[in-house]
Design a protein around this ligand. Structure first.
Ligand code: BTN
Length: 275
């Protein structure tokens, strides 16, 4: 575990180390003004840090990446952070890093900003009907080990809306925690520190799926009608289904219009909310 107050204070600086007292290892932290993508930069740096975890933070990204090859708009006013990890878990469980991070972000926004958010399976955080955060986990897999050599968990949060608002293509779905100019002092440092502390609480016990009850409780899809798109290159083709559960593998359990129950894995489908 990290000392939350120590981390908040240290985050006013640029480069520092902080001790994880549970693991007995140091987390390296680096803050940059602008990067193309914190995930891309950290994957490039990963070979230099085979044992230590590393947190890379940028105030803006010029080429932010999202899931399924999409781009992720990353203007100033957001938090763009990536965490380099060396997880002791099989590569096929990497999804649980994303779900644990989603719970950590949702909890942190509640603790720091007093706002209730919902997790839209599998990696989006919504405030009301607007997406305010996305998570992209990438892992390096080798033939030598069943565990990934490393994983990078990238988190992008719209803290404050951009001055000119979000661009036309995303303005109906994207939102921010605060309006432009309204983010309170130290909210960035507090959010980052809380996210890291909350995340490691689950990461240190990831093999027991300690995040799972909170993940399910914070899910905003339960009982709702969704569009299931099973070919992202053909989003016009979809099936309407009702979400009935999330199982322990974090598969989404839906009932289609014929009453057939299906288990959906995140790699296979994308979900759109029906109004
Ligand atoms: C998504 O919504 O599809 C996932 C978005 C993930 C964005 C974060 S921002 C920090 C990190 N760097 C990136 O280029 N992407 C992730």
């Amino acid at each position: 575990m990290f000392d939350l107050e120590e981390m908040i204070e240290k985050l006013s600086g640029k480069n520092f180390c902080i001790m994880d007292k549970t693991r007995g290892t140091e987390l390296f932290v680096k803050k940059e003004e602008s990067l193309e993508s914190t995930n891309t930069a950290l994957k490039f740096m990963a070979p230099e840090y085979p044992f230590n975890d590393f947190l890379l933070i940028a105030r803006e990204q010029t080429g932010g990446r999202g899931r399924l090859g999409r781009s992720f708009q990353s203007p100033a006013g957001g938090i763009y952070m990536s965490l380099l990890l060396h997880p002791d878990m099989p590569a096929e469980d990497s999804l649980f890093l994303t779900t644990a991070a989603a719970v950590a972000v949702s909890e942190s926004i509640e603790q720091v900003c007093g706002r209730q958010t919902g997790i839209k399976w599998v990696n989006d955080i919504f405030l009301g009907n607007q997406k305010i955060c996305g998570i992209l986990t990438e892992a390096k897999i080798t033939m030598e080990s069943k565990n990934p050599e490393y994983a990078v968990v990238g988190i992008g949060i719209n803290v404050e809306a951009p001055e000119q608002g979000f661009t036309e293509d995303i303005k109906t779905v994207a939102g921010a925690i605060y309006e432009y100019g309204r983010a309170p002092e130290q909210v960035y440092e507090k959010l980052i520190a809380n996210i890291v502390c909350n995340f490691y609480k689950y990461y240190n016990t990831i093999n027991t799926r300690s995040f799972f009850d909170e993940y399910k409780r914070r899910s905003c899809l339960m009982g709702r009608e969704v569009k299931v798109v099973d070919n992202i290159f053909n989003p016009g083709q979809y099936e309407i289904a009702t979400v009935i559960d999330i199982d322990e593998k974090c598969h989404l359990i839906v009932k289609d219009q014929n009453g057939t129950v299906k288990s959906l894995s995140s790699g296979e489908v994308s979900i759109r909310l029906e109004n």
